[in-house]
Design a protein around this ligand. Sequence first.
Ligand code: GLY
Length: 370
Amino acid sequence: MTRAIRVGLGERAYEVAIGAGLLDEAGHRIAPFARRKRLAVVSDETVWGLHGARLTVALEAAGFAVASVIIPPGEQTKSFEGLADVTDRLLALQLDRGDLIVAFGGGVVGDLAGFAAAIYKRGIDFVQIPTTLLAQVDSSVGGKTAIDVAAGKNLVGAFHQPRLVLADLDVLASLPAREMRAGYAEVIKYGLLGDFGFFEWLEANGAKVLAREPEALAHAVARSVEMKAEIVAEDEKEQGRRALLNLGHTFGHALEAETGYGAALLHGEAVAAGQAIAFRFSAARGDCARQDAERAERAIAAAGLPTRLSDVPGHPFSADRLVGHMAQDKKAEGGRLTFILARGLGQAFVARDVDAGLVRDFLLAEGARP
Ligand code: GLY
């Protein structure tokens, strides 16, 4: 069964299709959005090696001329150099505005190809075919595209909504277990930020989701996308409620910056630890009950994800350095920090104006060094 979730953005509205076997249907699903039967697939070597032939067959069967831009796997391509490489290769292919870009891969490919689509010839339509759990439930939906720069992650980018998202659950079968867990951190985020019922469902069924049991996996992806679609439709440019989707991200990004955005700590793992830390910080501030923070932590740890600074390679981290990274965050204003904190499970809120000194003291109590 394929589930279709609409991201209601007026004339830029689009559908996220979620189901098994969608790669094989990609050609006829994308065809309505193509002014010409020509597209360029941007993918990485790993995804292309595993699934490229199947996607190409499906696209060609629908009459598309398929070109490909294959990049090395890894976060390092999400850079100005990586972006220039992709746009140069699209130009060499003579891709026109009437053609399409297909972002076929995980979060890195989606963010990079999406940003390339946003600026290529001043903007070209694109389709997301996310191949990781993390990309299916988060980064492929909502139109955020970006690259990383020396000052931090995702600091240069654009909002550019895809025309369609195809989340094929079958491709998750080849995803390493660690990547599944990292994506699960973003699934649990939706429960923690705004749906206590979903959080409880995940407490009971998280192991089935991680084991890729089809029904459980389909429900987890669909409920996550439903929540994201609803929030994005209400607040596309993150003027308000969309910021809740950053639960765990301010602490998480700081840890990623310290660990070098690489294999030592995957983005989802950083977000997992960041969420547990955000709940404990909420409890420390008196915003939420300590039991809620402990329950959030248990659910995250049960998935084999980090919840404490001491779970992260590189510990002990410097509290001053971590706070320094947070001050660079897109959400920081005038030395005061913004966090997504919680009043309870399923009740996140935006806390502006958080004193950096308080955060530093909290991190020291969490085991950071000065
Ligand atoms: N990943 C957070 C957002 O899309 O807003």
